[in-house]
Design a protein around this ligand. Structure first.
Ligand code: HEC
Length: 135
């Protein structure tokens, strides 16, 4: 839970204009983020059917059954690691961009937050969104 807690702190610091960021708002931001960063491959409705999916030499998975495939529980840690990609746990040759690096290097600070906080906030908002669309 520690990882999630630090993510949550990052999310609040980086995304909340005021003190409180509701889960609803986080899901909404995650949805926008998803459309920009993920839908190209995973598809608008996350069924693995984005326009770029056909160009990859491996199939792009649907993201609607992550909970189902994990015995009904949303697999936070696994999804986090997959999206972030910075810890090198993912298999070599993965087709997924390393979002942790991208979000971090493109981060701009407006209120003194670190790039790491911004990156983690963006990843957490994506996780909220993915959790909200599970079958
Ligand atoms: C360039 C295409 C591409 C983009 C863009 C992309 N993915 Fe993926 N994603 C894949 C492929 C292909 C896999 C299958 C395994 C692999 O290569 O890692 C995958 C696997 C995953 C998995 C693991 C699914 C499972 O069944 O275990 C998750 C979660 C995921 N992606 C989330 C995301 C999120 C969130 C974004 C946007 C921030 C994103 N992906 C952007 C191609 C992409």
């Amino acid at each position: 839970m520690n990882v999630l807690f630090s993510l949550a702190v990052g999310l609040c610091v980086s995304l909340a204009p005021t003190a409180l960021l509701s889960q609803e708002r986080a899901e909404e931001l995650g949805k926008q983020e998803y459309t920009v960063a993920c839908a190209g491959c995973h598809g608008e409705s996350a069924m693995g059917d984005g326009p770029l999916a056909g160009l990859l030499n491996i199939s792009t998975p649907s993201l609607l059954e992550l909970s189902q495939a994990n015995g009904g529980t949303f697999p936070y840690e696994a999804v986090l690691t997959t999206i972030d990609g910075r810890d090198g746990v993912r298999a070599h040759g993965s087709s997924m961009p390393i979002w942790g690096e991208r979000f971090q290097s493109s981060a701009t600070s407006q209120r003194g937050e670190t790039a790491e906080m911004v990156a983690r906030g963006r990843i957490l908002s994506l996780i909220y969104h993915l959790q909200s669309i599970q079958k």
